[in-house]
Design a protein around this ligand. Sequence first.
Ligand SMILES: C[S@@+](CC[C@H](N)C(=O)[O-])C[C@H]1O[C@@H](n2cnc3c(N)ncnc32)[C@H](O)[C@@H]1O
Length: 263
Amino acid sequence: MKKDGQEKAGQESSRRRLRGLTAKDGLIRHPFDLEYGVRTSGLVAGRDLHSGQRNDRHITAYYAIAPSVFQGILARWRERHPVAPLDAYTFLDLGAGMGRALLLAAGHPFRAVLGVELHPTLARIARTNLARWRALGRVEAPTRVYCRDVAAFPLPPGPCLVFLFNPFAAPVLRRLLRNWKSGLAGQAGPVDLLYVNDEQAGVLAGEPGFERLFRGKILRSRADAAADRAILTQQPGAEYAAPPWEDCSIYRWSGNQERKASR
Ligand SMILES: C[S@@+](CC[C@H](N)C(=O)[O-])C[C@H]1O[C@@H](n2cnc3c(N)ncnc32)[C@H](O)[C@@H]1O
């Protein structure tokens, strides 16, 4: 896909430093970044993420997934009988930020791995990280980052594994579901949804056609728990807590054709 107007409009602001990503803001680098030479650490409050788009006001925050939680929810999904082999699925990170989940997904042999991020600075950093990941030989799937609003992003054809790390508030999630159901979003299912820090799980619970496959806490590894605790206690205002787990859920939507997921 081509660069869109939104991306060009954001290029000037993408040169500016985001609040929460500098040492003076208390930035501590996560061991993931130190190990691989990428840049995914930092906490940027939603109020500091201005892309000029109408859904800015629904952004929760930028913060990267704990690698152990990502691998934990992926493992739980794989235990729940995906409807197709892994290499038939497109992994779609809606709200990709600087791309930590995208990089972790790219290490698996998906059909494709796509990240969609609203803020141009974060999308630009995610692309730089992806180039580094390629240079390290860690990319097993065709992988791309788009600077878009998820509400305008079509579902790719074939089975999709959608990943959400609490990226936005209920209005955007409702809009996404409406798009999928109306068929306006392209291919209509099957979609499996991995939802970490599932604050808006209530929206999905009331949604006909969505079957919940898992709900529970996924523990951070000791190393991730220590890193996230250090990072989040350092943040100005100490707004966000770092419990040793994330509340997670997994849903399956078989699509508009009312296909029954084989389990
Ligand atoms: C909590 S971060 C998750 C980052 C990444 N998925 C990870 O797990 O490391 C949520 C991200 O969603 C992005 N976001 C929020 N609303 C969005 C929207 N409507 N379209 C695209 N991205 C959005 C935010 O800018 C933020 O970078």
